[in-house]
Write a protein that binds this ligand. Structure first.
Ligand code: PGA
Length: 298
């Protein structure tokens, strides 16, 4: 088969987006240029890779197989690049980092500080909730992940690198704002806004209530820290979030901390990878940087 790496790159982008237009935009090409290359690729493999149904395109069985092969091929090229860089002793190349949504509030600051020392490292950052991170970790999709709690069902090596206090937030007008030592039972009478199932923050809140035998009644569930903060500011209820996610609103006085027993929940941020994973020089350097410098940077 005479397919080229260029064609495989275009195919991978179209397969990921299931759209020629979006793949073309991502790769700064025109849509016809992408279509021509995919046609040629289909000519090489001798079978259709996509099928169109209505306005949407889907991968055919052959397309799925080629996509899997692409993942192997590009992972192999990445690891070749890393080994060559290691032979040259240079710290450059890709760092694939996945962080839980809440860590996205501080990860860019850490990476910015790291990049000052290692400008040739390119960050490929995915931000998603804890459940998705676990899935990515199990499938070895990233070099490193940042999360609030180390999974027990996976063979993972994890290092604590920053404190992650979970705090109770309310709007400045909330009737509990100036009260001292609010009990968990009292808190449970309030309208508590929680993150979606699969969020690490939600899991920590549920565990805290369960450990103290207090029922957590929630009737409003929101899919992001941002949505929760806006809802709390609007007076819809109170919530428990990582203090890192509310620094700006707390400083601006838009949100207040409630003084609740058992809070702040003292958690930590961990940087983790599968224990069997062989870390690249770039990943090892970033990991060491986090352990030595994260507290100072933050
Ligand atoms: P989350 O994770 O962003 O999925 O809530 C945060 C955490 O695990 O502390």
């Amino acid at each position: 088969m005479n397919m080229t790496l260029r064609q495989l790159t275009l195919f991978k982008a179209v397969a990921q987006h299931l759209s020629f237009t979006r793949a073309a935009a991502e790769l700064f090409l025109t849509q016809p240029a992408v279509s021509i290359q995919i046609k040629q690729l289909e000519g090489h493999v001798g079978i259709s890779l996509f099928e169109q149904i209505g306005k949407r395109i889907f991968l055919t069985d052959a397309g799925h197989q080629l996509y899997e092969a692409c993942e192997d091929i590009f992972a192999r090229i990445d690891s070749l690049e890393q080994s060559l860089n290691e032979l040259q002793g240079t710290i450059k190349g890709q760092l694939r980092l996945s962080v839980v949504t809440t860590a996205a509030y501080f990860a860019p600051y850490l990476f910015q500080s790291f990049a000052k020392h290692y400008p040739e490292v390119h960050l490929n950052l995915s931000v998603t909730n804890r459940n998705n991170i676990l899935e990515r970790l199990a499938n070895n999709k990233d070099d490193l992940v940042i999360m609030g709690q180390v999974p027990e069902h996976l063979q993972v090596t994890a290092h604590q690198f920053l404190p992650n206090p979970l705090v109770v937030l309310a709007s400045p007008q909330h009737h509990l704002v100036n009260q001292d030592r609010i009990s968990l039972i009292q808190l449970s009478q309030e309208n508590i806004l929680v993150r979606e199932v699969g969020s690490g923050t939600r899991l920590a809140v549920e565990r805290c209530f369960a450990a103290n035998n207090v029922e957590l009644k929630t009737n409003i569930e929101l899919g992001s820290n941002e949505a929760i903060k806006q809802a709390v500011v609007a007076g819809l209820g109170i919530s428990v979030l990582s203090q890192h996610s509310a620094t700006l609103e707390l400083n601006a006085g838009m949100l207040k901390l409630l003084d609740v027993e058992h809070f702040p929940l003292r958690r930590h941020w961990y940087v983790a990878h599968l224990t069997e994973k062989k870390l690249s020089l770039v990943s090892r350097t970033f990991l060491e940087f986090l352990l030595k410098e994260a507290n100072r940077v933050m």
